[in-house]
Design a protein around this ligand. Structure first.
Ligand code: HEC
Ligand code: HEC
Length: 150
């Protein structure tokens, strides 16, 4: 009984709210202040041409976020089942956790499995660019106030 009264109350409030609210203009539905009928083309941009040898690590967005790639990647893609150039530089289990300037950081322990006492690359992480992406200096499409605390 108590629940029925509460339900009727909520419905009444919603109906009242709908009856008094104005229709929403089609350019105010989303964060982008353009009409939903527009087909906007974002400005074309290029990724920096930084060679790996000249790259320095970028700030992490938050603790345990996948680090962004600070160098160009065109020459290392596509990553296929039989070809992954990223691992030629970053698959160095002996160097896990050791950062040396100019030397590619090894993939961390989370990227390996231990099978019969041996560290083996985790195949679920084969497509590196699923999580790690190069960065370009592009203005945000929609402003935001996020700041890294790292
Ligand atoms: C020729 C060697 C080389 C290749 C190939 C290469 N990298 Fe790198 N990478 C580097 C070097 C050198 C750095 C800069 C030093 C560092 O921070 O690891 C770096 C940095 C990174 C970082 C930042 C690490 C951090 O701690 O912030 C990521 C992520 C990364 N590379 C991912 C990739 C991916 C994904 C690919 C394949 C698309 C790739 N790399 C191919 C050499 C290479
Ligand atoms: C499923 C997402 C995912 C995939 C796929 C992935 N990574 Fe990562 N990677 C992460 C995350 C998250 C971190 C940071 C947290 C951690 O250490 O696990 C990281 C960290 C790293 C680091 C920095 C290590 C350090 O000690 O600072 C390197 C280098 C790296 N990954 C390279 C690679 C390469 C090369 C591949 C492809 C073979 C790859 N990753 C695939 C999510 C991923």
């Amino acid at each position: 009984m108590k629940h029925n009264a509460l339900f009727i109350g909520i419905v009444a409030v919603i109906v009242a709210a709908c009856a008094t609210s104005k229709p929403v203009a089609d350019n105010e539905i989303g964060l982008s202040k353009t009409s939903v009928f527009d087909d906007p083309s974002p400005a074309v941009f290029d990724y920096p041409k930084t060679e790996p040898s000249a790259a320095t690590a970028l700030p992490r967005s938050w603790n345990s976020a996948p680090p962004q790639i600070p160098h160009k990647t065109e020459a290392f893609e596509p990553i296929t089942a039989n070809k992954n150039l990223c691992i030629t530089c970053h698959d160095k289990p002996g160097l896990i956790g050791k950062k040396t300037k100019g030397i590619p950081t090894s993939m961390p322990e989370s990227h390996y499995d231990t099978i019969e006492g041996k560290m083996v690359r985790n195949n679920g992480r084969h497509i590196c660019t699923q999580c790690h992406t190069p960065q370009a200096n592009v203005a945000d499409l929609v402003g935001n106030t996020f700041k890294t605390d790292q």
